[in-house]
Design a protein around this ligand. Sequence first.
Ligand SMILES: NC(=O)c1ccc[n+]([C@@H]2O[C@H](COP(=O)([O-])OP(=O)(O)OC[C@H]3O[C@@H](n4cnc5c(N)ncnc54)[C@H](O)[C@@H]3O)[C@@H](O)[C@H]2O)c1
Ligand SMILES: [Zn+2]
Length: 343
Amino acid sequence: MQKTEVFYPSKLPPRNTFPQESVLFYDSILNKNAAFKAWSKKFEFQLALKSGESLKTINSFSEVLTKLSKLAVPSTPRLTFIAVGGGSVGDFVGFLASVYLRGRALIQIPSTWLAAFDSAHGGKNGLNLLGQKNQLGTFHSPEKVYLVKELLVSQPSARMVEALGEVIKIAIIGQPRIFSVLEKNIFKLNAKHLIEILPAAVQAKYKIVGLDPYEKSGVRRVLNLGHTMGHVFESHFGWPHGICILLGTLFSVRWSYHLGCLSTRDYIRISNLIESAYTSINLNEDLAGVTEAQIKTALFKDKKRTSSSQIDFIFIKKVGSVTRKKVSVDEILAEIHRQKTEY
Ligand SMILES: NC(=O)c1ccc[n+]([C@@H]2O[C@H](COP(=O)([O-])OP(=O)(O)OC[C@H]3O[C@@H](n4cnc5c(N)ncnc54)[C@H](O)[C@@H]3O)[C@@H](O)[C@H]2O)c1
Ligand SMILES: [Zn+2]
């Protein structure tokens, strides 16, 4: 897999940092950002995208391809696609870059915390199919990722909460120091704290991805902590990805504790952190809001499935360590029933 260079500039990089034959794709919300607006004017070829899950669809893929062909961009080997936006823009442009002319270079400039911490790294992209997450996709690593301070700190605080699902996830998987920083500051968390923990969190993701870039051995699957139930909620309720991952991680915390693989101390620490990160969380109510049939359908489409009825589920051993275990759909359904009645 292509190696990615990660940069941490304070401002958007000068135009001559990028190849002449670059196409700038960006979240149209950034038109409200003065620094971005001035910077983007220097790109001859550009397309504004309406972000969100509706962007990650075949229909919008086809619409954007039509617009792209009208731009008459030179189809040279140096053609480079730059994605500026959150995870939806990054996933969409990543997929486009991987298939357009059999693949062209990709540069990611995340504009949400979630994308900066997680989705811009690791080369996964995806489009949704019939409402199911990321059913179409490839592995196509960005050549470069720019984590631009001025862009990231300009976000409203809601974006911070949405990122916490993925940040808490990477902390539980193997970054106890990040977990402590979050624990200490959760009620007064600000952009400064996130900027501080960003490099270590990003490095931790690359380390795991490097061990299993194409998710062949399964090592990379630990990054799916919280995502089995998270994707069920996301497909069903349409809530932001990061919020659903907080819910899915709490489900995993409770199950891990019930099975005796997580200590009482860490069970309390992790549950408290998740409940403090998102104070209106109500997992029981949300579990009750999805029927068994809907859960079964969503789990059947889960890419973590290892056979017709088994799913690789990520359990938590302690803050800083997780484990993978195959579970059946029936076991997940039984655990949902247990959590609904016992919490
Ligand atoms: N490829 C991966 O490895 C990976 C990993 C995690 C998540 N994802 C995907 O990422 C997506 C979620 O990412 P997201 O939460 O960034 O979603 P998003 O792209 O939908 O952005 C969320 C919201 O933030 C707004 N926004 C973007 N930049 C902003 C800025 N600077 N200031 C103000 N508002 C801004 C957007 O307009 C949107 O309303 C999901 O589709 C998920 O599946 C992919
Ligand atoms: Zn995720």
